[in-house]
Design a protein around this ligand. Structure first.
Ligand code: SF4
Length: 437
């Protein structure tokens, strides 16, 4: 039986927090491989509850918390930022010891997420090469797809799987692995959480893709421009099975468009949970589309216990809303927030995402957006813009940022803004208004 080792690397950044963060793509891949009789081994450097750690970082009541971290030297290109830089995740000596105790895999597949987290990949590729010198080390995931050429320059990576999971098929053929991935998300099995010793939440997707095409978002490129969804029956089964029929209470949806086509998707799912009296806590770290909310859906979300649902507005400025593919107008957004109130959500129990730090963005428009959202009783969550390859905005980004992924770090990028002081004032304004809700 062929053996594949799947690895989720540590994070190198100024800040990181486990906000229901799981390497979901890798977990789906594990299930797909097991279905084909592949022996899967797994190592997640960001597992906060790994038995390899001598102490656990505490979690909040919804299962989120800080990672174990160590301060490290800032990479040269971002050294002028006056903030500490960290490596988050299981220490390398502990991981290395664990790798030395497993059988030699036939291939190793390494996950990647943020483009500017590639130093974590470099670290582990070198370790894995030293332990398993004859085993190919394949890099897949978001960074490998968005920055393929840069990823090819990483010394200890042997192959790149750029694109969706089916891009691994050519790698499997090359290394005689008897497996093949069908890209249709609706045929994917449930993600494989069997490797985790302790789970306080599960992350899951009902759908893959999004019908919109915002100028700053790469989801179309990452998802082959398609949108596919599983049925509510399948998702309900997956959630019941993965949580041991409700033993794990927290469910984080990773969908980009969870509320899209609600009458055949999210509504029947929530009706089933309410009917079964099986109350989870649902979380939506990716923004929801307020456009698809009606009173019935708001009530279902409230009764099924969607905690602090987060909605993407990005801006209340009409011109900026065009960059968001006109996914919502102010009138629609205000109406949706009223539905939330009518359903039972109090002021401050729901959040609106606003985007800050886009080059050329009008500062007074951000302030207007903040006041607009606050007047509607929503907490403000400011998302710092980062330039992302293969987005419509990318062509307008200065070469400094496009050539070196470390410069795409949100903390670094926003600090280079000529209006950085004003942005800091805006952050304070949002914090003060949130505290008053
Ligand atoms: S709505 Fe969200 S997921 Fe969809 S394209 Fe825009 S930013 Fe991306």
């Amino acid at each position: 039986m062929k053996k594949i080792l799947l690895v989720n690397p540590p994070v190198y950044d100024f800040a990181a927090y486990d906000l229901w963060a799981k390497p979901l793509g890798l977990l789906y891949l594990s299930s797909l491989l097991k279905q084909q009789n592949i022996n899967v081994m797994f190592f997640d450097y960001t597992d906060r509850h790994s038995p390899l750690l001598s102490r656990e970082e505490k979690s909040n009541k919804y299962g989120c918390g800080h990672y174990i971290r160590e301060e490290i030297q800032k990479p040269e290109v971002i050294k002028n930022i006056k903030r500490k830089f960290y490596r988050f995740g299981i220490p390398s000596d502990i991981a290395e010891k664990a790798f030395r105790q497993i059988d030699t895999p036939d291939i190793i597949i390494i996950n990647s997420i943020m483009t500017y987290w590639y130093p974590g990949i470099k670290e582990i590729a070198a370790i894995l090469k030293s332990i398993f010198p004859n085993t190919p080390r394949i890099l897949g995931g978001i960074y490998a797809t968005l920055c393929e050429e840069h990823a090819k320059s990483l010394e200890d990576i042997t192959d790149i799987a750029s694109g969706s999971l089916s891009s691994l098929n050519k790698i499997f053929a090359k290394y005689n692995i008897p497996a093949s991935i069908n890209n249709e998300f609706n045929y994917f099995p449930a993600p494989d959480y069997s490797f985790y010793n302790k789970l306080e939440y599960i992350a899951i997707r009902m759908s893959l893709g999004c019908p919109f095409n915002c100028t700053y978002c790469a989801q179309k490129y990452l998802n082959n421009k398609s949108y596919t969804s599983k049925t509510s029956d399948i998702i309900a089964d997956e959630i019941y099975n993965l949580t041991g029929n409700g033993n794990i209470k927290n469910i984080a949806f990773y969908d980009d468009a969870l509320l899209y086509k609600p009458n055949t998707g999210i509504k029947p799912l929530l009706k089933q949970f309410i009917r079964d009296h099986n109350f989870f806590h649902f979380h939506t770290p990716n923004g929801l589309h307020a456009k698809f909310l009606d009173l019935e859906l708001a009530e279902l979300m409230f009764n099924a216990k969607f905690i602090n649902p987060r909605f993407s507005l990005e801006s209340s400025d009409y011109k900026e809303q065009k960059n968001s593919d006109s996914k919502i107008s102010n009138t629609e957004f205000a109406k949706s927030m009223k539905y939330l109130n009518a359903a039972g959500y109090k002021q401050g129990e729901y959040t609106a995402y606003l985007l800050i730090g886009i080059p050329g963005q009008n500062i007074s428009a951000i302030k207007d957006s903040i006041h607009f959202v606050n007047d509607l009783g929503a907490k403000i969550s400011l998302s710092e813009y980062t330039p992302i390859p293969h987005t419509k905005n990318w062509d307008n980004i200065n070469n400094t940022y496009t050539e070196e992924p470390l410069c795409q770090n949100n903390t670094y990028f926003i600090s280079q803004s000529k209006e950085y002081d004003k942005i800091l004032d805006i952050k304070k304004l949002a914090k003060d208004l949130n505290n008053k809700l």
